[in-house]
Design a protein around this ligand. Structure first.
Ligand code: ZN
Length: 241
């Protein structure tokens, strides 16, 4: 039992390739993608192509469906909206077809794991799961031992012990037989936890680990400048915010 969970690539090909190299180096054969292939970054088609070739599960994020007109962008801020309008113009028909094939949730029965972009409670409403209180509610909306999600770009591991007590863990955990878990895999292409390195999760039997991978941020920023993407989005990549 060995697989990788990646989320929120956001058209950042350099970060994605650095993560794929690390996955390859560790001889991990299965990759689950939790959504947001596009938005913010400069290389949407390349990322979509690579994702569809490498991942066994492809989930939809709000940016993916926004780029193909399948979800409302009313709650997007100006920068995100600008990037999505740019993305919609840039993506090919083939990319649109791939984005349209993305699903809201999936499970991997043999790993007793459930996968969703935003929340198990209302996957298509794109709410954020940010607190232990949010987690407590959402533990009631999936049956598996583990739920992986993304969306907030902030990695964490929340354990629900058999007693009902919730514990916030970071970095890594040895998963216990009687506990259940909600795990945020962080973001490959636009981390927002103050660490600008690409982020993803690895599961090996009962062990889960959040890993950070450095990549050439300056190179991506230059591509974003050339694409005319908003200055704010270019700056924040280096800050991990
Ligand atoms: Zn995202």
């Amino acid at each position: 039992m060995l697989y990788a969970v990646i989320s929120d690539v956001h058209s950042n090909l350099d970060a994605f390739e650095a993560v794929l190299n690390d996955i390859d180096r560790r001889r991990i054969r299965e990759i689950i993608f939790l959504g947001d292939a596009v938005g913010y970054g400069p290389e949407p088609n390349e990322c979509i192509e690579l994702l569809s070739g490498k991942c066994s599960t492809l989930l939809a994020g709000n940016h993916d469906w926004a780029a193909v007109g399948s979800t409302d962008i009313c709650c997007f801020n100006d920068y995100a909206r600008h990037a999505i309008e740019w993305t919609t113009e840039m993506i090919t028909d083939r990319s649109k077809a791939v984005l349209n094939s993305f699903v809201l949730s999936d499970e991997k029965k043999e790993a007793d794991a459930f996968f969703v972009h935003a929340t198990p409670k209302e996957p298509g409403e794109w709410h954020y799961l940010l607190s232990l209180g949010d987690a407590e509610v959402n533990f009631n909306y999936f049956d598996n031992k583990i739920c992986f999600l993304g969306h907030s770009h902030q990695p964490f591991i929340i354990e629900r012990m058999q007693s009902g007590e919730l514990v916030l863990l970071r970095g890594e955990a040895d998963m216990k037989p009687d506990s259940r878990y909600i795990i945020n895999a962080g973001s490959v292409g636009q981390p927002r936890d103050g660490d600008p390195r690409a982020c993803y999760a690895i599961v090996e039997y009962d062990r889960v680990e959040i890993v950070r991978i450095p990549y050439n941020i300056v190179n991506v920023q230059e591509k974003m400048r050339q694409a005319g993407l908003p200055h704010h989005l270019i700056e924040r990549l280096a800050l991990g915010r």
